[in-house]
Design a protein around this ligand. Structure first.
Ligand code: HEC
Length: 133
């Protein structure tokens, strides 16, 4: 039993190290948010699950139009949840900049002003935040 726990701890340690190595560490906070809120579906290294959860690594949508990406994170889409009630708006900025600049993605940064403007616009809509709104 004791050995089993040692092995488990060793495995946990190894997977933590692998996460850090794969992520290219754009920002420690971004990496943490990714681990806590995104990795379950989009996987370590942004590789996704084929035909279920899109890869974020080397993804045209992630690396493309900033505004569409901002709206996706604020509103969600189909099986992609909105994180508006779990994360602060500045954390959403952090996670967007993390996924646009990790795993070989080099799409550049969005600003907090761009994020705030989109947030305010959606907040004024009658149907509010949520997938398909
Ligand atoms: C419960 C599973 C789940 C979690 C957790 C999740 N996603 Fe997603 N995500 C999805 C699914 C499913 C899609 C595809 C939605 C669709 O079919 O339009 C998606 C799509 C996306 C896309 C669009 C990709 C494309 O090619 O259109 C981005 C970007 C994205 N997710 C980022 C994130 C980020 C960042 C997080 C963490 C804050 C996150 N996701 C957490 C399931 C998830």
């Amino acid at each position: 039993m004791k050995n089993y726990f040692k092995l488990l701890l060793a495995l946990l340690g190894a997977s933590t190290l692998m996460t850090a190595a794969n992520a290219q560490d754009h920002s420690a906070e971004g990496a943490q948010i990714y681990t806590d809120y995104c990795e379950a579906c989009h996987q370590i290294g942004g590789e996704g699950y084929e035909d279920i959860y899109p890869a974020l690594k080397d993804n045209e949508f992630v690396n493309g139009d900033k505004e569409e990406l901002i709206y996706l994170l604020l509103e969600g889409r189909a099986g992609m949840p909105t994180f508006i009630s779990d994360l602060e708006v500045d954390q959403l900025t952090t996670i967007i900049n993390y996924i646009r600049n990790s795993w070989g993605n080099t799409a550049g940064e969005i600003t907090q002003e761009e994020m705030d403007a989109a947030y305010d616009e959606i907040a004024e809509e009658e149907d509010g935040f949520g997938p398909g709104n």
